[in-house]
Every structure is written in C-alpha cells, then in structure tokens.
Ligand binder design. Structure first.
Ligand SMILES: [Zn+2]
Length: 359
C-alpha cells in the first residue's frame, strides 16, 4: 500500500462536491482511476458505478457510497499530523469518500502485483444519505457476490457492524378550521393544538435499548391572528426488533388520530418502511471472513450494532450478506468531521486481507 497515494486519492475525492443526486463527477474520477489499472466499470441507470476484478474463489462485493451530506459545496481539507479535517466551513465528506478511497487503493495494490485474489466486485452507490436509493436500485442479479463488505462506519480498526435497525418514517397532515383569532376564535379548530396534543401523547426519544422515535419537522400556521387550519409533521421510528417497530408506528398513528378526533379536526398519517433491520451472527461466512482478516492484522474483531441505517440494510434484505467495517470516520455529518489517514490505511489492509484469503 502507498499511503501518500491513498492520502492524495482521499483529498482528490473530498474536493469534488457530491451532494446526493450529484455524484457523477466522483463516479467519473473513480472510473478513470480504475481504467488506468485496466479495470472496466459502468454506471447503471441511477448512477451507481459497478466494476469487476476477476479472480479465483468466492466473489466478494466491496462497496461505499459517493454522496455526502451538506454543507459541502466547497470543501477545503486540512491535513495535520496525519489527521484530515476541514477549515470548519463544511463537512469533510469522509462519509463516505474514505470508503471510496480505500477501495481504490486496494485496487491499485492488487492490480500492481500478480498474487492471486478472489473475484471482486466494486459498487460505488449514489443517494445513500437521502434514503439508500442507489442500493435500492442496484441490479443484484447482475452481481456474482453474495457476500459484501461496506466501508461506511466509524470506530476503532476491527469494528464490524453486524446489526442495524429497521426504520419507519411518518408524515402527518393535521386539518383544523381557519378563523379570525380575535373576532371569532370559537369558530376555529386549531391544528397546532391538535398536533401538540398528538406529539405529547407519543412515546418519543429512546424507547428502550433497541428502539427510538423522533418528531423531526413541524410546519404550520400563517399569522398570529389566524387560528391555523393546517400543520405538517414528519418524524421517524427505529428498532432492531421489527415487531416493536410495527407496534410503535401503530401507537404513533393512533396518537394523531385520537388527538384529531377529540378536537373535531382531521388527520392523514402516512407511515413508510424506509429500510429493514438486519442481524448477522458471528458464524455467517462474511462475518467470519472479515473477523479472521482483522485477527490476522492484529486487530480485535468487534461485532457491533449501530442505530443508523446504511446500504447494508438494503443489500442484506436483498440476499447479499453484508457487513460494514470502519474507515475511522469521526464526527460525521458535522463541521467537525475528521479522519486519521492511518485508520483509512487499516481499512485498506483489511480489504486486501479479505481479497487474498480463500473463500
Ligand atoms: Zn455514510
């Protein structure tokens, strides 16, 4: 591995803005890098970049997402003592450019040497941050691999994410009745009050060790002298346990419906399953493979659960057994995002080890 090249690749990538839906310049960069190594790639209809490196043994899929959260229109990376951060005006986008950089460095190393490795498939997805859309649109039937390693997690080297929750999102529209607040308040039905009652009646925050719920957005009202007739509320619920999530979503829906009925207002609630939970045991082949690789490198494999969803939720649900490993990303989705080059390098070592180990 060439750490100077890895750093340069990472800096190149973070300097290319790629908000969700506008990943094409990153895909073009990655495609050009792979092409120089003699590795052909292609973009699918939604924009995922897919490449293959033929080999011997059982196929392994390696994946990272190309989009970042904002603010990221202009990213000025700062490198100090092996730590990469920003000038404080944007996120770094190491979530998940660190994963893209690690996979490209692995490809560089494997392409430059002649030692055998297993068949590798590389997928760089789009629109992960806004609903895992790239992974959802990926044509799994065109992939050989039924095991995947994603590079979209934080933590110490050795961290292997084997469990993540299901998520439901909900959107509620509360209809009251508009009237003049000063001359005829009794004619009105206050939609903000209905929404407030509903929210107060809901279980929110941390429900238990594996279940959370949140109201994230509330919009409504037009003026202080108008009894408001319309409020929009959006939120979500997550659980590692699907039965608990279903019960929780039903409870939240009922809270809205009761509050509306009690006040003479009306309510429309839409609940949508965004992604499904997964849990892989230590004996699952991909978990065993990655754990062994970590052990061989001198890291203690740590099988962890996360509260966040990722492309792994989608692929696990679609028949590809997938873990996420850490690239060392820290403070993601904030202006204080940072990452140690040494941690990205550890992820490259883990990929190389997985690639070279027999299936
Ligand atoms: Zn990510």
């Amino acid at each position: 591995m060439n750490k100077a090249r890895l750093l340069q690749t990472f800096l190149d990538l973070v300097r290319i803005p790629s908000p969700s839906g506008k990943e094409e310049p990153v895909a073009a960069y990655a495609a050009a890098r792979l092409e120089k190594l003699g590795i052909a790639s292609e973009c699918d209809a939604i924009g995922n970049l897919v490449a293959r490196m033929p080999g011997v043994g059982e196929s392994l899929l390696l994946t990272a997402h190309m989009d970042t959260v904002e603010p990221a229109a202009r990213i000025t990376p700062v490198v100090e003592d092996g730590i990469i951060s920003t000038d404080g005006t944007s996120v770094l986008g190491g979530d998940d450019k660190s994963g893209v950089a690690a996979i490209l460095e692995m490809a560089e190393v494997l392409a430059s040497e002649k030692s055998p490795h297993r068949p590798l498939e590389i997928v760089f997805t789009v629109q992960e941050e806004v609903g895992l859309h790239g992974a959802k649109a990926l044509d799994i039937s065109r992939l050989q691999a039924r095991m995947a390693v994603g590079l979209d997690a934080g933590g110490e080297p050795g961290t292997i994410v084997v469990q993540a929750p299901s998520q439901d999102s909900f959107r509620a529209v509360v209809h009251g009745r508009e009237s003049h607040a000063g001359t005829s308040p009794e004619k009105g039905i206050n939609a903000i009050v209905i929404a407030s009652k509903a929210i107060l009646a809901m279980p929110l925050g941390r429900i238990d060790a594996e279940t959370t719920a949140n109201v994230g957005i509330i919009e409504g009202g037009t003026a202080t002298n108008v009894v408001p007739n319309l409020v929009h509320i959006s939120g979500e619920a997550r659980s590692l346990n699907s039965a608990k999530l279903e019960a929780l979503s039903a409870t939240m829906r009922l809270a809205f419906e009761h509050a509306a009925a009690d006040s003479g207002g009306e309510m429309e609630v839409t609940v949508q399953r965004e992604y499904n939970a997964y849990q892989l045991s230590a004996s699952e082949p991909v978990v065993a493979l990655v754990s062994q690789a970590m052990q061989d490198l001198g890291y203690t494999p740590m099988l962890v659960s996360t509260g966040g969803g990722s492309d792994a939720n989608v692929l696990n649900h679609r028949g590809v057994s997938m873990v996420q490993i850490s690239t060392g990303m820290q403070n993601v989705h904030t202006l204080q995002e940072r990452i140690a080059l040494a941690d990205i390098a550890s992820a490259v070592q883990a990929l190389l080890r997985c690639a070279r180990m027999d299936a």
